[in-house]
Design a protein around this ligand. Structure first.
Ligand SMILES: [Fe+2]
Ligand SMILES: [Fe+2]
Length: 287
């Protein structure tokens, strides 16, 4: 099916939320060569929840630095504009999980877990920057949240099918709705004018087989791959699912090959342990 048909269906059946204001302002400032640190600070400082999330993320285990960042101004100076913009985008998605039933709780746990796993893997593999990995991981399933907000009864049913082991979200969404959460997420990112590479990382996390590294920008390939491996670690560990999925074979993932990484079973176990412990330590910073 061509893309315009899918977009038409998404527009018809989902209430797409307006762009998060602070993130949109920050992106504009970051892309304006004449903007100042004071302007950036002013755009963010009024949102105290966002400020504490940014400072929390800036002091995370996956950002190795000598001094602790204590203020928003220091975070802007230490992180730089681009990383700051990514953390602001990441921090602005919590609002879509305001209602907190079982479905939302699992989605949030899974998103935060994938974000942290992606940041850990990005550093371990020396692939991309941790802020890029973090925002890609946190938003990779944002489409699920948007469908759930628009059609809660239908989505609870879909979540139940998945919970009972009758298929994946991707498969059941396509069957019941005609599109899947990666279509919704990537379309939303485009509509919001958020970074194109983020939209692609979201889209391809369920279409990794379509990637041909000879025609795609190498950074984009790495970005997509890190998010894909992280998402699979969450399935492997059962984070955001009822239980771990024994069928996940991390070593054979195409995304791992695209990153040029080979892992033994022992290395996979070690990475899984590390990811689990960093998630335990850091997940509270996203609330
Ligand atoms: Fe997904
Ligand atoms: Fe996922």
């Amino acid at each position: 099916m061509d893309n315009s048909k899918i977009i038409e269906m998404i527009e018809e059946s989902c209430d797409l939320p307006p762009v998060p204001i602070v993130a949109s302002k920050v992106l504009k400032l970051v892309n304006d060569p004449n903007s100042t640190v004071a302007q950036l600070e002013e755009a963010i400082i009024g949102d105290s929840n966002m400020v504490s999330r940014i400072i929390g993320m800036a002091n995370s285990a996956y950002y190795v630095r000598v001094h602790k960042v204590k203020t928003l101004r220091a975070a802007i100076n230490v992180l730089g504009y681009k990383a700051l913009a990514n953390l602001v985008i990441a921090a602005s998605t919590r609002q879509f999980y305001a209602k907190f039933g079982l479905v939302e709780k699992l989605l949030w746990e899974h998103s935060v877990g994938t974000a942290i796993a992606a940041a850990v893997l990005a550093t371990e593999f020396k692939a991309i920057k941790s802020d890029e990995a973090l925002v890609g991981g946190l938003l990779h399933d944002i489409g699920k949240t948007i469908i759930n907000l628009s059609r809660p009864d239908e989505y609870r049913e879909i979540a139940e099918y998945v919970y009972n082991g009758d298929g994946s979200y991707y498969e059941i969404e396509r069957e019941k709705l005609g599109f899947a959460h990666n279509d919704v997420g990537s379309y939303l990112i485009q509509k919001w004018n958020f970074p194109v590479e983020l939209g692609k990382a979201i889209y391809y996390h369920h279409s990794i087989d379509e990637i041909d590294p000879s025609v795609m920008d190498p950074f984009q390939v790495k970005y997509i791959s890190v998010v894909h491996v992280a998402n699979n670690f969450m399935r492997f560990l059962g984070i955001g699912y009822r239980e771990p999925d024994d069928s996940v074979d991390i070593a054979s993932l195409k995304s791992l090959k695209l990153l040029g990484i080979e892992l033994s079973d022992e290395q996979i176990e070690q990475l899984a342990e590390k990811i689990k412990s960093v998630i335990e330590e850091e997940k509270g910073k996203f609330d």
